[in-house]
Ligand binder design. Structure first.
Ligand SMILES: [Zn+2]
Length: 316
């Protein structure tokens, strides 16, 4: 197998890298700002890829982007992070420009794929990956295959309804896992409690961040601790639902909010035990943190390109 080029685009950064088979380190890696709210994102993307493009033959490009997107048609449907890309045929455009097959999927799915191939879930066949940061995203591996679904929209785990009368989610619906557990959701809950007269070392502030709430909680602030306890309680309900559907052998938590540790995970584990259909789901279940951090999307794009290239060779 020849080289693959992996690309990860987000609201702030474009990363492009060249990988050879069986070498964990990239032969070349470039990070540039994406300036995703300004015009010309695709041109910046092409330049970043050109800057790493090797002299040797490239088998495929693997591409990671925020979703929702259609991985089968290679179209970004709409992403708030990159407003210019609505129904944007990124696969066809990259394939035409670089003359190689392009495989795309969303960043959370590919981070899950990367953890399965190179990270915390190596050796597991059934993997639930959850990233909790400004949003809540998921990636699922079942029987060593990435779950994509009929439309390519599977594993939007942050947008499972757990309380229809719950807070408004970023997607416009109410009471999704994300609307209780993301960093901004935790901060919003604290602001609501402060407005209602709760006592705290924190002050009502529309720019309050999940990290500030975490810092206050670590200092012993009761309101901040209660906010994480509530997030953990709802996360446990969501994960009990995921387990009932997927029954994985490992859950991998990524994203900044997961870094708070026991503040979130003690109440999470208590809630999971309370809401799980049967204790059998939890026997031998590994619950752990992501191993790959920042480059998970890039490594997932690499894994996708290599897997697709291999499968073409096997079947043709
Ligand atoms: Zn939602």
């Amino acid at each position: 197998m020849s080289l693959v080029v992996a690309v990860d685009i987000g609201g702030t950064q474009i990363r492009a890298a060249v990988y050879e088979p069986n070498n964990p380190s990239p032969l070349n890696l470039k990070r540039v700002r994406s300036f995703a709210l300004q015009p010309g994102v695709f041109d910046r993307l092409v330049k970043a890829i050109e800057s790493v493009w090797p002299a040797e033959p490239v088998a495929a490009i693997g591409f990671s982007s925020p979703g929702p997107l259609d991985p089968y048609k290679g179209i970004i449907l709409a992403t708030p992070n990159i407003p210019e890309w609505t129904n944007f045929p990124v696969r066809a455009m990259l394939s035409e420009r670089f003359g190689v097959p392009v495989h795309i999927d969303n960043d959370a799915n590919l981070a899950g794929l990367a953890e399965w191939k190179y990270g915390a879930a190596r050796g597991h066949h059934d993997v639930l990956y959850l990233t909790i940061s400004t949003g809540v995203g998921g990636g699922v591996i079942i029987d060593d295959r990435l779950l994509q679904g009929y439309h390519g929209l599977a594993a939007e785990l942050g947008h499972m309804t757990i309380d229809p009368s719950g807070p408004l989610c970023g997607c416009g619906h109410h009471g999704h896992v994300e609307s209780f557990c993301s960093g901004p959701s935790i901060a919003r809950h604290v602001n609501e409690q402060l407005a209602a007269g709760a006592e705290s070392t924190l002050h009502a502030d529309p720019n309050l961040s999940g990290q500030q709430v975490a810092d206050a909680a670590l200092q012993g602030d009761a309101l901040a601790r209660a906010a994480f306890a509530q997030a953990g309680e709802y996360l446990g309900i969501g994960v009990a639902n995921y387990l009932a559907i997927l029954d994985p052998s490992i859950i991998v938590f990524g994203g900044g909010v997961s870094q708070v540790g026991d503040l979130l995970f003690k109440p999470f584990e208590a809630s999971l035990k309370k809401h799980i259909l049967h204790p059998r789901y939890l026997e031998g279940l590994v619950i752990t943190r992501a191993a790959l951090r920042d480059d998970a999307g890039l490594l997932g794009a690499r894994a996708l390109a290599e897997l697709k290239t291999d499968s073409v060779k096997i079947t043709s």
